[in-house]
Write a protein that binds this ligand. Structure first.
Ligand code: PLP
Length: 464
């Protein structure tokens, strides 16, 4: 090769040698210069491009160091055969395929928790201890069902707070309800699964959209009569606080559901008890699992609401009858939650900080909840609020001539996030009024009224 023609820009901050290096590298990668070809001598190229020999020397040295060219003493530089795909940086203006999640000035989405009350100091203490003590054994792969220490803590917590009698051996820890659901489904050869409609939208995302059997929900929770008429052998249910309607499964329906499950060997109930820690009216509702005499309930819960969604720790409790099947199917799986995180959490629970945190958060969420409801009662009486006995969101029915999606769009245009109930429907249900989930967990208490006023204002609903 006689010469290399590159346009070098002397007015940018990128040094000339770097521009030359990039130019030659790209030409080699794109095979514009063939393997084995000799590069021009430094002197010739320096004359040709009108740059110093030192600049060329630097560029060639970099190419040499990275293996794009090889040097033959007293002969020159030759293009090497590159057998691995080189890393090619994407142009800065290329369109990203995954968009960054949009944030909103006002966010009523139900997944938010209070950010101001997390016990960072205590959490840091346990994290620091684990690192400082060089917990070498935690560098190795852990128990596939989750760390025994954490499972023991969960078993004891479940016994004390939910009346659930189980052993650590029955517990499987994983990185979220959504991630654990496929584990449960794989335990069954035939998964005719019934889901609540409306219901938690992450569940059908497990390839269940077209096969799940929707069962309606009313003020007493899942319509068990309707379930009985289906071919389902599994049912996923949120009995303590139906998501998203907030209904509590009535005692009669609990008994009916357990009876339904007991009637056939292949039938099981998946109880998702995701936010039972936060109940504002009446006494705690016992878990369905605690009433089950026939080992028919697979109990699931999560630390998403009680601690933080980003922790990614959830778990399920298998009835003893399913344990050997679990070991058969998942004998080779590894736990999906980092061991360090599991141990921080186990220590946090063992030393009583989890129950302390829950007591504190219960008060905080109750205050937010009461404030929200009092604003609706006092200032927006036309809005019907339901599902307000527990959790961190309520349902609101908005008297409006506009459709749900139009109202949502208006909110979005005004930098407000609010989700319509239609997002959670497996099959459409005709509702009398546009209905939305209004999450209050993440809103600071002093912002509840102004945020609500802002939402109502964009929907042109007058404040009384
Ligand atoms: C019904 C229901 N289950 C479970 C969860 C928590 O899921 P994960 O454990 O994947 O965070 C939520 C979250 O908001 C939920 O609404």
């Amino acid at each position: 090769m006689d010469m290399l023609l590159f346009s070098l820009d002397r007015d940018t901050s990128t040094p000339l040698y770097e521009q030359l290096y990039e130019g030659i590298k790209d030409a080699i990668i794109q095979q514009k210069i063939a393997v084995g070809e000799k590069l021009p001598s430094k002197r010739k190229l320096s004359d040709f491009l009108n740059i110093s020999q030192t600049t060329i020397e630097l560029a060639y040295a970099q190419l040499l160091a990275e293996g794009y060219i090889a040097s033959k003493p007293r002969v020159g530089y030759f293009v090497e055969d590159i057998d691995e795909l080189p890393f090619i940086e994407k142009p800065i203006n290329s369109t990203p395929t995954v968009q960054k999640k949009r944030t909103y000035k006002i966010d009523f989405s139900p997944g938010k928790i209070d950010e101001d009350s997390f016990p960072f100091t205590v959490w840091r203490k346990y994290a620091k201890e684990l690192i400082d003590l060089h917990s070498k054994e935690l560098l190795q792969i852990g128990d596939r069902q989750g760390e025994y220490e954490l499972r023991t803590q969960i078993a004891s917590y479940l016994y004390q707070s939910r009346g659930i009698n189980c052993t650590a051996e029955q517990i499987v820890i994983g990185s979220g309800t959504e991630q654990l659901m496929p584990f449960i489904l794989r335990l069954f050869d035939d998964t005719n699964i019934a889901l609540e409609n409306p219901g938690y939208s992450a569940i059908p995302r497990n390839h269940l959209e077209h096969v799940a059997i929707p069962v309606d929900v009313d003020a007493d929770g899942l319509l068990v009569d309707q379930l009985e008429k289906t071919e389902a052998n599994l049912v996923y249910i949120t009995p303590s606080h139906q998501f998203p309607t907030g209904a509590v499964l009535s005692a009669a329906r609990r008994a009916q559901l357990l009876k339904w499950a007991a009637q056939k060997e292949s039938r099981y109930i998946i109880e998702d008890d995701y936010d039972s820690e936060f109940r504002y009216i009446g006494k705690p509702i016992p878990a369905l699992h605690s009433l089950d005499q026939n080992d028919k309930v697979i109990y699931m819960s999560t630390f998403t609401k009680s601690l933080m969604p980003s922790l990614r720790v959830a778990y399920f409790v298998l009835p003893p009858t399913l344990l050997s099947r679990y070991n058969e199917v998942f004998g080779y799986y590894s736990a999906t939650v980092p061991r360090f995180d599991q141990h921080i959490l186990a220590h946090f629970m063992k030393d009583g900080h989890f129950s302390k945190h829950l007591n504190r958060m219960r008060k905080i969420y109750r205050k937010k909840h009461d404030k929200l409801l009092s604003i609706f009662t006092r200032h927006y009486p036309a809005i019907k609020v339901s599902g307000d006995v527990a959790g961190m969101h309520v349902l609101i029915q908005v008297p409006h001539e506009k459709q749900e999606h139009e109202l949502q769009q208006i909110a979005i245009e005004n930098d407000i996030s609010i989700l319509p109930i239609s997002n959670y429907l497996l099959t459409p249900i005709q509702l009398k009024r546009p209905t939305f989930l209004l999450g209050f967990g993440g809103i600071p208490i002093d912002k509840i009224e102004p945020h609500l006023d802002a939402l109502m204002a964009v929907w042109s609903i007058d404040k009384h």
